[in-house]
Design a protein around this ligand. Sequence first.
Ligand code: ZN
Ligand code: ZN
Length: 382
Amino acid sequence: MLPRRRADQVRGYRDGVNELTRRLREAATRARADGLDAILVTPGPDLRYLAGYDAVPLERLTCLVVPSEGEPVMVVPALERAAAAESEAGRSGMPLRSWQETEDPYALVAALLPGAECVGLDEHMAARQVLRLRDAMPGTRQMLASRTLGPMRMVKSPAEIASLMAAGAAIDRVHAAVASILSPGRTEREVGRDIADLIIAEGHARVDFVIVASGPNAASPHHEVSDRVLAPGDSIVVDIGGTMPDGYCSDETRTYALGDPGAEFLAAYDVLQQAQAAATAAVRPGVTCASLDATARQILHDAGLGELFIHRLGHGIGLDTHEEPYLVEGNDLPLAAGMAFSIEPGFYLEGRFGARIEDIVVCGESAAEVVNHRPRELVVVA
Ligand code: ZN
Ligand code: ZN
């Protein structure tokens, strides 16, 4: 009998391989239905999803070829063969076709797909690789593979949901420490540096973004950090996220205040919190992305804040921080159990202040399963 720990590792590995096999089969079936002869995937989230391979995107071509008929093959530079063999796909026996420095890897891919009329390319593929593939396969039309892979990646498996929950718990622990590092006299940049360290210390492999937007800077939703010095009365939007070692992303926003931010801000914040809670409460299968956006927007609109909510309600999240589904007016996609996305309404008043509350949620069978658990009230730092 294997020691317990080793047996768990083997079981975890087998589950991973089974999931990859299922994904590769589904990708091929969907590609066929979408009129694609193959899907071509270079390093990035799609490669991680389909091959369990966290390869660094370099100029040398690594390309997973998933034909709609036949077995997938991974084309890899000879010097990266060992790394590819160690990936989940490699260990499960996926054929690796390695190429030497003097070979043309694009011709290799073309040779694997004789007569292909149309191929789907992963949307992170570098333009230099897209164009070299086009030259190597002059009779083949190129499309984005996201039409095929997006709907697959959008609905998370139980293992993926567990990964998102772990990422959410990690970023919750960072937010739990934020109040203690905000104080008048410090700059956004200093605070941001501390937060980046905490993101890693709490278990992420990588810091993806750190927004510390204080006072009037918070009126810009994607402000990052600046040398602005925090002052009493500031409200501060802290929107942070990273990627965990297994590739899944975190993303959570809370708004803080140094002392009293003023009655006008507090009244608006109260409405924002209601809007965020109402949208979360409305999550269930069948509700459209657009109507969820409208639920939050209506509440802000009724309080006269509609004009200040200048972005969509949220975005899908998984191996990418921003992926489908997008919660935006006009998107009539119905939610389905297993979809994971942010609910992040905000208000932004140029030159004055801004605020946002953001949680990741998973659509469950009848309600939202909320991934982030920090209190959503304004966090007032005395
Ligand atoms: Zn965010
Ligand atoms: Zn977000």
